[in-house]
Design a protein around this ligand. Structure first.
Ligand code: KIV
Ligand code: ZN
Length: 507
């Protein structure tokens, strides 16, 4: 057991992460991510901003009810109705937290709030006191703290701690600060605010200059004991500190930092995949910790070293983030037991019925694709989970395409309507095969929708790779991601579109 001081990990994937341009999560997606964050054992889940929309309120309320273990935080501006909404959403949590914030830099106070420092101080104290009447655990964030006048920052923090804040979060809201500068700022806050020893010091760093993780680690050396961030570095603009990087930096350099986290690091890879799958934001191959190349050695010299002793070129064990050491391929000759054991290595515990269904899908895949590797299994599991979502109204039965350089593409689609239990079919032509498929689907599913993005990614190398289709759809004010995978990219495209339409209906 480590005697190091503990760093609390505050995950804001569902709040700041969801603010990433182009991400729109449904309630069931947020709940699924929250369950995985619990498995990762984060200390705090910021589940959302309840005053921002009725949908967000409901998602936060459901997470607060369902997820036991981590503290569930809800964000609120210094506006009484925001604080009421935050409390309304988290009041059933086992361990609720209200996170109150207000602009503190002159640039933002004058230009955005059109107020002065005294107004900000009064609003902050008033709202922290209001929040404290509901809840013991209050976090206060002076927004844009890294560009805030130091004396005013001390004054604001001292007053909000007196008013009842239990965590003070120093955000580098615009990702402006340098690591050594941020370290000094945190040290100065800790040394100059008289009641700072009564609260936990937290930091929340944005990545505009690519320094969010470095700044977070620098803050730890200055005494910060809570780090905020998002899985895969999601978040407003260039994102927040990538939590998997912060966690593994602490784990790998414990000798230097003398702190540790309570994170179950073996869940990191699975969490990253789930968040990428659900948000449709791919993870770049060379991304630290969770990128596809993070543990791959390409050059002869490196491979030679690793074969002799892994420590020559590996500073972390891939298994420590939950990457299975077992990369032997499965094929159509593999049995149920082999599949079950590999899925367990990858972190999937299946019931007998689930295994039967997965085995059936695995056999279909192995018939088309000679070798099935771990990435194929992961995509198969995601596709299955999507198609089994209980609220799905429509289900793809079949796609037939006629296309060619001299032919106008025509698609025939069969879809099952799960509400009426009827199978309906439609044929349409289009400028290309995907256009024809989508027009045929539009004939059957009557939603006014704009297709903002369509893309296909090969899940693995080789001509028989599974194609993972991702679409971004917009209807009224809702934005959703639809995904589908198959070895036939036109089938993937049809599945992705129907997945997106199902989500718009649920929304
Ligand atoms: O970046 C920021 O300042 C925030 C606050 C709400 C903490 O997200
Ligand atoms: Zn932020």
């Amino acid at each position: 057991m480590s005697e190091n001081e503990k760093i609390l990990i505050f995950d804001t994937t569902l709040r700041d992460g969801e603010q990433s341009a182009g991400i729109g999560l449904t309630k069931s997606e947020k709940i699924e991510i929250a369950h995985q964050l619990k498995a990762l054992n984060v200390d705090i889940i910021e589940a959302g901003f309840p005053a921002s929309s009725p949908g967000d309120f409901e998602s936060v309320a459901q997470i607060a009810k369902e997820i036991k273990g981590p503290t569930i935080a809800a964000l609120a501006r210094c506006i009484p109705s925001d604080i009421e909404a935050a409390w309304g959403a988290i009041k059933n949590a086992e361990s609720p937290r209200i996170h109150v914030f207000i602009n503190s830099s002159d640039i933002q106070i004058i230009n955005q709030l059109k107020k002065n420092r005294e107004d900000v101080l009064n609003m902050a104290v008033y709202c922290v006191e209001q929040a404290k009447k509901y809840c013991d655990d209050i976090e206060f964030s002076p927004m844009d703290a890294s560009r805030t006048d130091m004396d005013f920052l001390y004054q604001l923090i001292e007053a909000t701690v007196k008013a009842g804040a239990t965590t003070i979060n120093i955000p580098d809201t615009v990702g402006y600060t340098m690591p050594w500068e941020f370290k000094k700022r945190i040290e100065d806050v800790i040394n100059n605010v008289p009641n700072m020893d009564k609260v936990i010091t937290s930091v929340h760093c944005h990545n505009d200059l690519g320094l969010a993780v470095s700044n977070s680690l620098a803050a730890i050396t200055a005494g910060a004991r809570q780090i905020e961030g998002c899985i895969n570095g999601l978040g407003e603009r260039a994102g927040n500190a990538a939590l998997e990087e912060v966690i593994m930096a602490i784990d790998t350099r414990e000798d230097l930092l003398n702190v540790s986290t309570g994170i179950n690091t073996k869940q990191i890879y699975k969490t990253s995949r789930l968040v990428s799958d659900i948000t449709g934001f791919p993870v770049q191959p060379n991304k630290a910790i969770v990128g596809a190349n993070a543990f791959r050695h390409a050059s002869g010299i490196h491979q030679d070293g690793v074969l002799k002793a892994k420590s020559t070129f590996e500073i972390m064990d891939p298994e420590s983030i939950g990457l299975s050491g077992n990369s032997l391929v499965l094929s159509k000759l593999s049995g149920r037991a082999g599949l079950k054991s590999r899925l367990e290595d990858l972190g999937y515990e299946l019931t007998k019925e689930e295994l039967d269904k997965t085995f059936e899908e695995f056999k279909k895949l192995a018939d088309k694709k000679k070798e099935v590797i771990n990435q194929d299994l992961e995509i198969l599991m995601s596709d299955q989970k999507r198609s089994e979502r209980s609220e799905n109204k429509y289900e793809l039965i079949s796609v037939e395409i006629e296309s060619g350089s001299e032919k106008q593409p025509t698609a025939n689609i069969k879809i099952k309507n799960n509400s009426s239990n009827k199978i309906e079919s439609s044929t349409s032509s289009g400028t290309g095969p995907v256009d024809a498929i989508y027009k045929a689907i539009d004939n059957l599913i009557d939603i006014k929708v704009t297709l903002n993005e369509w893309r296909i990614e090969a899940v693995t190398e080789g001509i028989d790779a599974i194609g993972d289709a991702i679409v971004r759809l917009e209807s009224d004010d809702s934005n959703v991601i639809g995904r589908g995978s198959d070895t036939d990219i036109l089938v993937s495209s049809a599945k992705a579109y129907i997945d997106g339409l199902n989500k718009l209906i649920i929304n």
